[in-house]
Write a protein of this length. Structure first.
Length: 428
């Protein structure tokens, strides 16, 4: 049997690609047109022998491989589980290293990319002279055809050239098809919180009006109820937008969506933040504390603080949930106040937080490795690198060694190979 593109990738990295990715590589499906924002695909050979700027070692998650990029250094990546199977597709941003789950498999990710184009109208710069944002997207058609074969038809929201398709809500179409659940939940939640204030209150305007940008103005963008009456009056006068439009948010709906996310995932910090704050703002401090305790565990890079406007806390706390736990410390049981992990954040020491979190996880990684608990060691090395991130890229050499060796000992050849691939491209 001849070695296909997908087979080369599977054999080299011990993968078991999904049927859709096998078809994507072997038929070179991208040749028939283009996608939305992420329209620069990689061949299998470009993944195995990547050019500079493809593998962002120490920044990209160490169990991911890039598949397609935009023109600005962001990537759609496939995340691989310990069996070598596709776990999900995520969008990784080179600005800060934030990541967002886009879908369970490649067709879902392509359709959420198309949905983002329609929803946010922000990507006209990605089109050449012979194509425009209103033309159908060939990659979307391919993805929709693939999903239809598996019984998940999607209304063609991406074809905005016709009036009927232009009226289709992309989020509703994806939700009805039962795909892109985490991504659509995040986008739907933001709809409920995106008051008009988020469009008009910029740093220059805040400076003109004499408002402190951080923490004051940013906190108002997060929850408009935090803005004092005098500021609201000034903003209404300046923007000429009625108060019921300028400050309108639906926190009840936002909390409901975030709770649905937490039923299936515990690695997205923003969901804990939203449920915790919703409880806190109505005085349910016990629930708030419980949610915030869950919210300090996920990686900082899954908080998406810029999108949710949760970056109005002091940097030393590291995460929004940790900052809120400090404010609610009187509601913390004594045993939790002494928790060694939580205490790292509650110190509010920005100069040592990242190194202390790194050391916390490395200590546990080495202990697990010594005890022969290689799955636990792999997880702790992972946290050492991507809980808060590291300031010194050289620190990742030990971490990738730990990931590679413990994946090997755990019998996870795909994760071993991916960790080694990332290790090879650490800056020297």
């Amino acid at each position: 049997m001849p070695s296909t593109e997908s087979r080369k990738l599977e054999e080299a990295l011990h993968l078991r690609l999904s049927p859709s990715l096998v078809a994507w590589f072997d038929t070179e499906a991208w040749q028939s047109g283009r996608g939305a924002e992420f329209s620069l695909p990689l061949y299998a050979s470009q993944i195995l022998d990547p050019e500079e700027g493809t593998i962002w070692s120490g920044f990209m998650l160490p169990d991911t491989l890039p598949l397609a990029s935009n023109e600005y250094g962001d990537w759609l990546c496939v995340r691989i589980d310990n069996r070598g199977h596709v776990a999900e597709i995520l969008m990784w941003s080179h600005v800060g290293g934030d990541w967002i789950p886009y879908g369970r498999d490649w067709p879902e990710a392509l359709l959420f990319d198309a949905a983002s184009e329609v929803l946010y109208h922000r990507r006209h710069e990605y089109y050449g002279e012979d194509t425009g944002p209103d033309q159908p997207r060939a990659w979307s058609e391919w993805a929709a055809d693939w999903l239809a074969k598996s019984g998940a038809p999607v209304a063609p929201f991406w074809n905005t050239a016709t009036a009927s398709d232009r009226d289709i809500d992309p989020l509703a179409a994806l939700h009805q098809a039962g795909i892109c659940s985490a991504a659509t939940a995040m986008a739907s939640l933001l709809r409920h919180l995106d008051a008009e204030l988020r469009s008009v209150l910029t740093l220059p305007l805040a400076q003109q009006l004499g408002f402190a940008w951080e923490p004051d103005a940013v906190s108002w963008l997060f929850d408009t109820r935090l803005a004092p009456g005098s500021a609201k009056e000034t903003l209404c006068q300046r923007t000429r937008v009625p108060a019921d439009e300028l400050f309108d948010q639906d926190w009840t709906a936002a909390e409901s969506i975030a709770r649905q996310v937490l039923r299936t995932r515990c690695d997205l910090g923003w969901a804990f933040d939203i449920v915790g704050w919703s409880a806190e703002r109505r005085g349910d401090f016990a629930t708030a504390v419980d949610c915030y305790l869950g919210g300090i565990r996920p990686s900082l890079f899954a908080d998406n603080t810029t999108r949710f406007r949760t970056h109005w806390f002091a940097d030393g706390y590291g995460k929004f949930s940790a900052a809120r736990l400090f404010e609610l410390r009187d509601h913390l049981p004594d045993r939790l106040r002494r928790d060694p992990y939580l205490s790292l954040f509650l110190r509010n020491d920005n100069s040592t937080l990242r190194s202390n979190v790194r050391d916390y996880w490395l200590e546990r990684a080495h202990a697990a490795e010594h005890a022969g608990d290689h799955p636990r060691a792999y997880a702790c090395f992972y946290q050492a690198g991507w809980d808060m991130g590291l300031q010194d890229i050289d620190d990742f050499r030990e971490i990738f060694r730990g990931l590679r060796d413990n994946a090997r000992q755990a019998g996870w050849p795909a994760l071993e190979a991916i960790a080694e691939l990332h290790r090879r491209f650490l800056p020297t």
